[in-house]
Design a protein around this ligand. Structure first.
Ligand code: ZN
Ligand code: ZN
Length: 415
């Protein structure tokens, strides 16, 4: 048997998103509706009723883990998803190139994205990874650039701690804060905060003098002269899906965060050509990569991001258009090519991102299950409203275990 879990980020919606309809209801989705007619629907609270999910915590929950128990922060998933090696004890961060000016002993933020810097980031990253800290002995740094101003950062050394505050002030004009140990944190957190504060100073010296920033200054562009850090976290203790269910699978996702979550759960990473993690992603390529992966693996977790991006941008028509493209180019291709005697598929969102809110809300999301062991309900279309009357009812998280259950992969609890 094979299994596919598709998570469309921020898929859920509210009735005001598209004039009395959700975007999912407004979109023309013949492939999804055909699957809904053959399968069963339910409503899922991604983490629990009334909990506003982050994408990282929500994915852990949908994959069957308790995020309250295993979540250590977002940075580690970004680092893993960008291909950085993360070991026990490493402290990981999300990073931003930013523009600051000196102000006394510290810095004042001028541009949080360094003018959305679009070239030269790799050279700057190499220069940053070459920094040797002096105030705190035995601590190494590694920086990796991702798209535009974004990057990821790791502190490596003995006795470090993730219990430190961030150095991102988030607001232009604000002073870049020093990292501090959080309440009740001990010596390791003090050492980590010292290392971060030295890194902030040294990153300014190294970046300010870098030829790429000199060239940017000549062109009148803001220099990428500091690194802001947030999402301090270390490797979470997660029992792998293979050890829990005895099956092997892969994550296919354009966004580093989602690849990182999959890797942390023991999935293999497979990159689909043209997968961007944006609205312009190549959905056909993702479907084809999924089909190829299933020739040798038991399951695939496939993530698409465009639905959430359109929600954050408060663009209802863009969300509708992305859902329609997903239906035609991704779901349609899978429906045509999969061996439906041997496959169970689940499709859901990791939370709702309503258009007029522009952020994640507490609403439950529709979930669809289809395959030979799924007892069909009376739903004839895939939407939030249909799911509210679905045969599977309403529950919290654990979509992957429910999907795997149809394949008889779950260990018995008790004897
Ligand atoms: Zn999300
Ligand atoms: Zn989001």
């Amino acid at each position: 048997m094979k299994a596919i879990l598709i998570i469309a980020d921020g898929l859920g919606g509210r009735p005001r998103d598209a004039g009395g309809k959700t975007c999912l209801e407004a979109a023309r989705t013949p492939s999804l509706d055909a699957l809904a007619a053959r399968g069963a629907l339910g409503l899922v609270d991604p983490i629990g009723p009334g909990i506003r999910p982050g994408s990282d915590t929500s994915h852990l929950s949908l994959l069957g883990y308790d995020p309250h128990a295993v979540y250590t922060g977002r940075g580690v998933f970004e680092c893993l998803g960008m291909g950085m090696g993360v070991g026990p004890g490493d402290v990981c961060f999300r990073a931003n190139f930013a523009t600051v000016e000196r102000m006394g002993d510290g810095f004042r933020l001028l541009d949080r994205r360094a003018g959305r810097i679009a070239s030269g980031q790799e050279d700057l990253a190499r220069a940053l990874s070459g920094i040797r800290l002096k105030d705190v002995s035995g601590v190494e740094v590694e920086f990796q650039a991702s798209t535009e101003h974004r990057g990821a950062f790791i502190l490596r050394g003995k006795g470090l701690s993730r219990h430190v505050t961030e150095t991102d002030p988030h607001e232009v004009g604000a002073v870049v804060p020093l990292a501090r140990p959080t309440l009740a944190a001990g010596e390791g957190a003090r050492r980590t905060a010292s290392a971060l504060n030295e890194f902030t100073k040294r990153s300014f010296e190294v970046l300010e003098a870098h030829p790429i920033n000199r060239a940017r200054a000549k062109e009148g562009k803001p220099p990428a002269n500091v690194v802001l850090l947030r999402g301090a976290s270390d490797l979470p203790r997660i029992e792998s899906i293979e050890s829990l269910y005895g099956v092997r699978g892969a994550v296919i996702a354009g966004g580093a965060l989602y690849r990182g979550v999959g890797l942390a759960c023991g999935m293999e990473r497979i990159d689909a050509p043209g997968a961007t993690g944006g609205l312009d992603t190549d959905l056909r390529s993702k479907a084809q990569t999924t089909l190829r992966a299933l020739e040798r693996l038991d399951y695939v977790f496939l993530h698409v991001k465009g639905t959430d991006t359109a929600g954050h941008d408060r663009k209802g028509p863009a969300k509708v258009a992305f859902i329609e493209r997903m239906d035609a180019e991704l779901v349609g291709l899978l429906v045509a090519e999969l061996d439906w005697d041997e496959t169970h598929l689940a499709l859901t969102g990791d939370h709702t991102t309503p258009i007029d809110f522009g952020d994640h809300s507490t609403d439950p999301v529709p979930a669809l299950f289809v395959g030979p062991n799924v007892l069909p309900d009376r739903a004839t279309a895939y939407s939030e409203r249909e799911a509210a009357y679905g045969g599977l009812g309403r529950w919290s998280g654990r979509v992957l275990p429910v999907l795997f259950g149809y394949n008889n992969w779950n260990p018995k609890f008790g004897s």
